[in-house]
Write a protein that binds this ligand. Sequence first.
Ligand code: COA
Length: 340
Amino acid sequence: MTYFDIVRVDPNDHALVQSWFAAREAVATRDWPGTRPLNPVYTWAALVLASSDVRRERWAAVRDGRVLGHLDLSLPFLDNTHLMNLELGVHPDERRRGVGSALLRHAEQRAAEEGRTSVSSWVPVPIEGGAPISPDGSHFAVHHGYRTSLEGATRVCDLDAVDDTELERLWDAAWERAEGFELITFTGAPPPELLDGVAHLHARMYTDMPLGDWDLQEAAVDGERILKEARVRRLRGELHLQAVVRHKESGAIAGLTEVIVEAGGEEHCIQGDTIVDPRFRGHRLGTILKIANQRAIRQWRPKMRYVWTGNATSNSHMIAINEAVGYRLVHHENVYQKKR
Ligand SMILES: CC(C)(COP(=O)(O)OP(=O)(O)OC[C@H]1O[C@@H](n2cnc3c(N)ncnc32)[C@H](O)[C@@H]1OP(=O)(O)O)[C@@H](O)C(=O)NCCC(=O)NCCS
């Protein structure tokens, strides 16, 4: 018996949703200062508009109408159907009373009911000299038998602090190595002639990036999935800035990068996928893509300040590019995983 109930969050129950948001806000303030802040507009929008490739379930531990803790489950249904990802937080005033454990048990039960054999969660981890974030999440995960399967690092680029002269120098030097390629930038849904190439590279992200022991498997990404996702982003009010490089002779899409500006995100935005096709590596295309999109952010949102990115700690090539264009390390963020 617990002193609370675990209920599904009904978006029409406004009092519950307000309390659910307040609990999330309290966790973000207490546990993750100095990291990308919780975006209220995105949080509301995502409550009713999930990405087109995952089913989301939102659960809450509730007592007398007050949310003590929240649990978000993501169940991919187009590929990786063995996985379930979770995000969980307990209001700082309610810790060490078993709320987190009850929510985690609930998550594992839902995973079993849905035939998911692997449960994972991204958990921020503090580093010396980094943001003063709490280690509670990683201690809790380890206590419950979860193991680190991928070590990641989160970096931020302060666009106001970037040395534009240095960026210009990097840009010119990169193009000297990239003869035969052209750059194309766009927002939202990719133009039809780029669609298949863009889908192919997003799919490769699942297999090409270093994954450690995280058992992420090949993805089924095609043009239709990309267009569906573009629609969801549009409905959530997101600005999706993308840059691709094309190999002029063959017409192949050689690389891409993307930045997501969430609705209401005035100061903080998110770096999404960046990938260069292995056939075309070694031409500084990664640097060109990142600089091009950094400039696009400034054009579309002149007051935007921070771009957040996450990489596997072992991804030395990507990290070197990020540091060259102005990113600095803020904290680690690992995938904790348990298999049945
Ligand atoms: C992690 C979190 C959800 C734990 O919630 P909680 O309700 O306090 O957890 P429980 O009371 O069920 O803790 C169960 C056991 O986990 C371990 N544990 C929990 N928090 C811990 C901490 N800060 N340090 C060490 N062990 C901890 C303890 O063994 C605890 O048992 P005990 O209290 O008898 O010693 C909460 O601290 C939180 O919301 N953190 C921020 C969000 C986060 O990091 N989420 C990622 C979770 S995977």
